[in-house]
Design a protein around this ligand. Structure first.
Ligand SMILES: [Fe+2]
Length: 156
C-alpha cells in the first residue's frame, strides 16, 4: 500500500504497465502525425495540414499527462525512443507523399487499435480501484471515439 495515494503496489504496477503501453503508442502517433502534416498532398492539403497539427498538439499534452500519472503511481515512464518502439503496437510510416484519404484511413485504423487497447487498460485500472487512471482512460476514449466519427464523416 502506498499510504500517500492509498493503492496497493501490485495494482499500481499493473496500471503503470498499461499506461506505459499507451505512452509508447502516443509517441509513435505523435511522430506519425507530424509525418502526415508534412507529407500530405492534394486538394485537402490546407485543411488536413492544420487538422494534423491540432491532433499532434493534443497528443503532446496527452503523453505528458500519461507519463506523470505513471510517476504519481510510483513508477518510471518509458522515456526513450528505443523503449517506445519496442513497447508500441502502432506502426511508424515512411516519409513519402500521401493523399488525404490515405492519411485518414491509416489514422482510423490506428485509432481503432488504441480504442481496443484502452478499453482493456480501463478494465485493469478499474480492477485495481484506480479511479483516477480510469478517468484518464475514459477521457482518452471519449476523444478517440469522437475523432473516429470525424474520420468516418471525412471518408463518407
Ligand atoms: Fe507545421
Amino acid at each position: 500500500m502506498n499510504v500517500q495515494i492509498g493503492l496497493e503496489a501490485k495494482g499500481r504496477e499493473e496500471v503503470s504497465k498499461v499506461l506505459n503501453q499507451y505512452l509508447a503508442n502516443l509517441h509513435v502517433l505523435y511522430t506519425k502525425l507530424h509525418n502526415y502534416h508534412w507529407n500530405v498532398e492534394g486538394k485537402g492539403f490546407f485543411q488536413l495540414h492544420s487538422k494534423l497539427e491540432e491532433l499532434y498538439d493534443h497528443t503532446a499534452e496527452e503523453l505528458d499527462e500519461v507519463a506523470e500519472r505513471i510517476l504519481t503511481l510510483g513508477f518510471r515512464p518509458a522515456a526513450s525512443m528505443k523503449e517506445y518502439l519496442s513497447l508500441a503496437t502502432l506502426q511508424e510510416a515512411n516519409s513519402e507523399a500521401i493523399t488525404g484519404d490515405n492519411v485518414i484511413k491509416v489514422l482510423q485504423g490506428d485509432f481503432a487499435t488504441l480504442i481496443g487497447e484502452l478499453r482493456a487498460a480501463l478494465k485493469v485500472a478499474d480492477d485495481h480501484d484506480d479511479q483516477v487512471s480510469v478517468d484518464l482512460f475514459v477521457g482518452a476514449l471519449e476523444n478517440l471515439e469522437k475523432t473516429s466519427w470525424m474520420f468516418r464523416a471525412y471518408l463518407s
